[in-house]
Design a protein around this ligand. Structure first.
Ligand code: MN
Ligand code: MN
Length: 462
């Protein structure tokens, strides 16, 4: 081969070049990792189901329930469940906890349709549920797709029963109806945001009357009798329930080359699963490794299971105090990868992203120094030094990564849990998988990027 010209040599030396992940020789590993990720996607569509999955996997890997009064030694593995909706897993390090821990934080709630407290009604001999959407959705995307019902009902007798209907082949499922185009002339004049309104997201749940008699609301009565048979519940039990409609379809490979996965709720199970696998595979780390899978991120992280609450802080404080250290010192010395998704560059909608600072699928884990909106408002901004530390760590371990912003300046924006952990005093940077069609019922990611986020968190824990 001819020698490179002087300018080519200088370009090699000075320019920042990115390469497609297919050149890295890890495709088989990425594909294998994602087979199990798809199993997780199908089994854990809500935060409660993700916690159950994580706890079962943790027990199998030797983790035991955390006891705030116990003493733990290096190599010990513990988990702490917060109200069945968030979980912290930790492997105790050889360094004192006061010297800081390594946190990977992601969320296990995803946008969906929640039932209203008093959801059931009958109209024109059809039974329906009223919903209140959870998280940021484009409402029109949630009509005319099969939906499954997940959640819990706290009955009058004090028992909590689980509902999980619409996922198995033989199960019935549910749907939000939409207008036929023939009669949509008026609807079509609405804006896209207004095309389907919140109060139009009504779930069709039945159409046969209880008996062929003249009782009013006979269809509703029939549905309630079926629910009573199956779950022992009466209508008032809906008031103390958390019932959620999620897309009923399973995770599928996308593309002739099977390079991508389409599924409901990649945001943020596509980072939660790598964070879970990284902690399960973590043995005797130097610094205590902590994975937190949080709830409520999609609605702002407030509430006792969201990361704006104190349970992560208290957990680390307990660990530090158990060794005679101070909690706040441990937090100030801690480092965190806030593992959440970012927008992937979509050539069909190219104008919302600024190409030079956008995340591309198949280019590895996407880091974000800051998120937020309107001049970096509502975010933490990782320091140059901390970004440099993570950059060197990933480069030396051969983990492919890219730096990205979520969209063009002033076009919109978004936040993650990063700022809540940064506010505790830790160094935090966002890292995650680029997603196409984020927050849609069927989101798309590249397998390569999922694997790179797993590798990044694993290296961070070592
Ligand atoms: Mn997210
Ligand atoms: Mn989100």
């Amino acid at each position: 081969m001819a020698d490179k010209s002087k300018s080519e040599q200088m370009k090699d030396k000075l320019f920042y070049n990115k390469k497609h992940g297919a050149n890295l020789g890890v495709t088989a590993d990425a594909d294998a990792f994602c087979e199990q990720y798809k199993v997780f996607l199908d089994r854990a569509k809500t935060e409660r189901e993700a916690v159950k999955f994580a706890v079962a996997a943790a027990k199998e890997a030797g983790f035991v329930p955390f006891d705030s009064k116990a003493k733990y030694n290096a190599g010990d593995k513990v988990y702490y469940v917060n109200r069945g909706k968030a979980v912290i897993l930790a492997v105790i390090g050889t360094e004192p906890v006061e010297h800081g821990v390594r946190i990977a934080a992601s969320h296990i709630d995803s946008p969906r349709l929640d039932l209203k407290p008093n959801p059931m009604y009958e109209d024109s001999e059809m039974a329906l549920f009223k919903t209140h959407y959870y998280g940021g959705i484009k409402k029109y995307q949630w009509t005319t797709i099969p939906l499954a019902l997940h959640g819990v009902v706290s009955r009058a007798d004090g028992q909590t029963v689980e509902v999980h209907l619409g996922e198995d082949e033989g199960d019935p499922c549910f749907v939000v109806t939409d207008l036929l185009p023939h009669l949509a002339a008026e609807q079509s004049k609405r804006t896209l945001a207004d095309g389907i309104r919140g109060e139009e997201l009504n779930i069709l749940i039945g159409s046969r009357p209880f008996l062929d008699d003249d009782a009013s609301e006979a269809v509703k009565l029939n549905i309630l009798s079926l629910l009573n048979e199956k779950y022992g519940m009466v209508e008032e039990d809906f008031l103390s329930a958390e019932l959620e409609l999620v897309p009923a379809f399973k995770a599928r490979d996308i593309g002739f080359d099977r390079s991508m996965i389409g599924a409901y709720g990649h945001d943020d199970r596509v980072c939660a699963y790598p964070a879970l696998m990284a902690i399960l595979g973590c043995e005797a780390p130097k610094y205590t490794a902590v994975t937190v899978l949080a709830d409520k991120e999609e609605i702002g992280s407030d509430g006792n299971t969201g990361l704006n609450a104190s349970y992560l802080k208290y957990f680390i404080t307990y660990l530090a105090e158990m060794q005679g250290g101070r909690g706040h010192t441990a937090l100030e010395n801690s480092k965190c990868l806030s593992a959440d998704v970012t927008a992937a560059y979509d050539p069909t909608f190219a104008d919302v992203l600024e190409r030079r600072n956008a995340a591309f699928i198949n280019y590895g884990a996407a880091l974000a120094k800051y998120t937020g909106a309107r001049g970096k408002s509502g975010t933490s901004d990782a320091s140059a030094e901390f970004v440099g530390e993570i950059r060197r760590m990933l480069n030396s371990a051969g983990v492919q990564w890219q730096m990205a912003e979520l969209g063009r300046v002033d076009l919109g924006g978004g936040g993650t849990v990063a700022m809540f952990i940064a506010n505790l005093g830790a160094d935090v940077i966002d890292i995650g998988v680029p997603v196409l069609s984020m927050h849609a019922p069927f989101e798309v990611v590249a397998k390569h990027d999922v694997y790179m986020v797993y590798r990044a968190i694993s290296v961070f824990y070592q």
